[in-house]
Ligand binder design. Structure first.
Ligand SMILES: [Zn+2]
Length: 402
């Protein structure tokens, strides 16, 4: 496909015709094993030769008035806010993504000395860091402990329902290091069309996660559509992060974000094979160390392919393959013992049990009764903390049950 004519957006390759109408041309499908195929669905898809297409350059040209209006409206809004909050210091948080780069370009037309701040998530890839370093007057703020050290220390991985990393790394690195008593006017790139959560944002926003501060957030492009941002960037030659050119729709939090799916993983596999391998190794080790076969009823391969960023247990009951693999990896000699880890509940309160609760019950009793930490604690007169400590000691001493 000839560069400068096609748009790739949400798994669909699109192009504009000479009249400026957007057409869908191909749908890209990524399979679970990350193999890919194209299709051309009959409904809603067009046949369009490149000679009948409008190039990006022609499109930008034909939309000059529209783009100028967009810009002027945004500049007016920024000027109004600078006047309204004249005692505030403007700053521009940048991620190197398209929206924040656009806001940076707009704000600095009116306030050239506005400082940019790059929030280092510790999860970004080389393109992002390289670009952050080229932005003038840009302070890079880094976390005290990076994501990879953190998950190692706390034996955690992010999942869609427990994405602790968003809170810790996405913007909190910056917001936790900015002076809460200073009056800051933060010009940000959030847009209504990005998500349901953001659809009602107006041009002023105070993020509750900031806590007690004197900061005001301003969203100069909150009404812009995706395409508006691209047209503006192309028309003003704003630097575009190379990750977009590789097919990514987001540039932040590379590899480990549980919100990414296989259409991103296929790119990761191609462009960042070492980073992706490192992440898969971490997931594999996590799975094995925590005997996740039993909690999720899946194999290591299921977990790496789609289980790790799923929303809960993989299947209701384990397959033979899952049980066999758990036995093989854990070194538990008899299969009957392995079976006890699956779908086991507390003999007293009926709660679903975790693997250490099952293992402790086997150590303490030899009568096929199993208890949760609470019931164990009550029955044995030990605190939960002591029980967890005991489980840890067994594991450290090489007991295969834990
Ligand atoms: Zn119980």
């Amino acid at each position: 496909m000839q560069e400068g004519y096609y748009w790739y957006n949400k798994s669909v390759v699109k192009a504009f015709d000479k009249e400026g109408n957007l057409h869908k041309l191909y749908r890209l499908k990524v399979n679970d094993d990350l193999s890919m195929s194209y299709s051309k669905p009959r409904n809603g898809y067009s046949q369009l030769d490149v000679k009948d297409m409008m190039s990006w350059a022609e499109l930008v040209n034909s939309k000059q008035d529209y783009i100028n209006d967009l810009e002027q409206n945004a500049l007016n809004l920024i000027q109004d806010k600078l006047d309204k909050y004249s005692s505030y210091t403007p700053i521009i948080p940048v991620s190197t993504g398209k929206d924040s780069m656009t806001v940076l370009h707009l704000v600095r037309q009116l306030f050239p000395s506005a400082k940019a701040i790059f929030n280092n998530t510790s999860l970004d890839c080389a393109e992002v860091y390289r670009m952050a370093k080229t932005i003038s007057n840009c302070q890079i703020m880094s976390p005290k402990q990076g994501f990879y050290q953190y998950i190692k220390e706390y034996n955690k991985i992010p999942t869609p329902t427990m994405r602790f990393c968003c809170g810790m790394y996405k913007s909190n690195v910056m917001t936790s290091q900015l002076d809460k008593n200073m009056k800051y006017l933060l010009f940000m790139g959030m847009r209504n069309s990005e998500s349901a959560k953001r659809k009602d944002y107006t041009d002023e926003v105070v993020n509750p996660e900031w806590g007690q501060t004197n900061w005001m957030g301003i969203l100069p492009i909150c009404k812009w559509a995706d395409l508006d941002v691209w047209l503006y960037m192309l028309s003003r030659n704003i630097v575009i992060n190379d990750k977009y050119k590789k097919g990514y729709s987001r540039v932040g939090c590379a590899i480990a974000c549980p919100y990414y799916t296989k259409s991103v993983w296929v790119l990761d596999e191609y462009y960042y094979p070492e980073m992706r391998k490192r992440w898969l190794d971490i997931l594999r080790t996590y799975f094995i160390n925590n005997k996740k076969w039993a909690a999720l009823n899946c194999t290591i391969e299921d977990f790496l392919q789609k289980g790790w960023n799923g929303y809960g247990i993989y299947r209701d009951k384990p397959t033979e393959e899952v049980i066999d693999q758990m036995q093989q990896y854990t070194g538990i000699t008899d299969r009957e013992t392995v079976m006890k880890y699956f779908n086991n509940t507390c003999s007293k309160c009926g709660k679903k049990l975790k693997k250490d609760e099952i293992a402790l019950s086997m150590k303490f009793f030899n009568n096929n009764t199993f208890y949760c930490y609470d019931c164990l604690s009550e029955g044995m007169g030990l605190s939960k903390k002591e029980l967890k400590e005991t489980a840890k000691n067994f594991k450290n001493n090489g007991c295969v049950l834990f």
